[in-house]
Design a protein. Structure first.
Length: 342
């Protein structure tokens, strides 16, 4: 039965869904609740000075469908009528977007809430399992996504609906654990005197680990970009890059285990974002699960907890689409994050 509260959630189709990261932005249009989303090529945020210009030039100018509503996921906290994006120069101004883009209903959520929505929406073919038990289908989940930054969210079940729990978990402290860490950590770039998850587990983190390894080994860092480092690490042509990948995987396992405990994620921990999709083979190395399960006194809980790599290239869009189609299935708070005309 559709209740008053449910109808209030409902958005009018066609609905534009958008996942805006620090580097890439991905969009699709849902024509109705059943049709497959109409997807558009991934665009680079740096190629457009504003989000309005990007949506107009790269989306609306290429279709005759005029969206009436939009659900956008952005990297950063959603506060006020002018929302700054972390790691990107765009500012989302929903009231202005209504005027310029002809939308009448805009909801803005955090990009890792969208990833959390995806973990209960994706089909098994879009997940690659990295050990652990079967997982409780109604159990809480945690999502970690190394990208331009490090996003973290939880997904908890309450009164038959799924509630995404966004936060700033990428900024928790990371401490040294092994002799090798003790050698390298003094050379990892600090932020205000500390090493946070995001100093190690994102594109910049790969560079940070690689440079520390070169420094301690007395070699000149020859590789520049995160993509160069993973390529040279995967091929084995650079021993420093190979170790960088091994440590990245270990640190990700460590932090994933911490969030599994924080959320008691018996439904599993999900690894999202562009970087993990490029390093599937190193993640299958036993070092990942070893670090994930190394959580005395709770090793047994971690041993049973499944970990999945999300392999869907547009996972957040699929989460946003599930929410746009069936908002009542999810406990997404829209107070202060939804703008409507009339
Ligand atoms: N092959 C690769 N190996 C490792 N890192 C890569 C590779 N290709 C791109 N990157 C890095 O991945 C990061 C972008 O991640 P992603 O594709 O998940 O983008 P994003 O959604 O914009 O990120 P975010 O949502 O965190 O802002 C950049 O730091 C980039 O340098």
């Amino acid at each position: 039965m559709v209740t008053q509260a449910d109808t209030d959630h409902i958005m009018k189709f066609p609905i534009l869904v958008g996942d805006i990261g620090g580097t890439n932005a991905r969009f699709a249009i849902l024509v109705d609740a059943y049709a497959e989303p109409k997807e558009f090529p991934v665009l680079q945020t740096a190629d457009f000075s504003t989000i309005d210009e990007a949506i107009q030039n790269a989306i609306l100018d290429h279709t005759s469908i005029q969206p009436r509503s939009a659900v956008l996921a952005i990297a950063g906290p959603v506060e006020g009528d002018e929302i700054d994006l972390t790691n990107c120069a765009w500012v989302v101004k929903p009231r202005q977007m209504m005027e310029t883009l002809g939308l009448s209903d805009i909801t803005v959520i955090n990009d890792f809430e969208a990833q959390a929505l995806a973990v209960v929406s994706l089909e098994p073919k879009h997940l690659e399992k990295l050990g652990g038990g079967a997982g409780d289908p109604h159990g809480s989940r945690a999502v970690l996504g190394p990208g331009t930054g490090l996003g973290v969210a939880g997904m908890v079940r309450s009164r038959a609906s799924w509630v995404p729990v966004p936060g700033e978990g990428g900024h928790v402290d990371m401490g040294p654990r092994t002799e090798r860490d003790l050698e390298l950590f003094p050379h990892i770039e600090h932020i205000d005197g500390r090493i946070s998850g995001e100093q190690l587990l994102c594109g910049r983190g790969l560079q940070n680990i690689y440079r520390a390894i070169c420094k301690v080994g007395g070699t000149e860092p020859a590789l520049e970009t995160p993509a160069d480092i993973t390529a040279a690490g995967l091929s084995g042509e650079s021993p420093e890059a190979k170790e960088t990948l091994a440590l990245f995987v270990t640190y990700l396992g460590r932090l994933a285990g911490d969030f599994a405990l924080t959320f008691m994620a018996r439904g599993g921990v999900y690894l999202a974002g562009g970087i993990v999709q490029k390093i599937v083979e190193p993640l299958k190395n036993p070092a990942f699960r070893k670090a994930f399960e190394d959580k005395a006194p709770h090793q047994q809980i971690l041993r049973e907890t499944p970990v999945y790599i999300i392999t869907h290239p547009l996972a957040a869009l699929s989460g946003l689409s599930a929410f746009a189609r069936t908002p009542a299935r999810f406990g997404v708070a829209t107070e202060g994050r939804r703008w409507r005309q009339g």
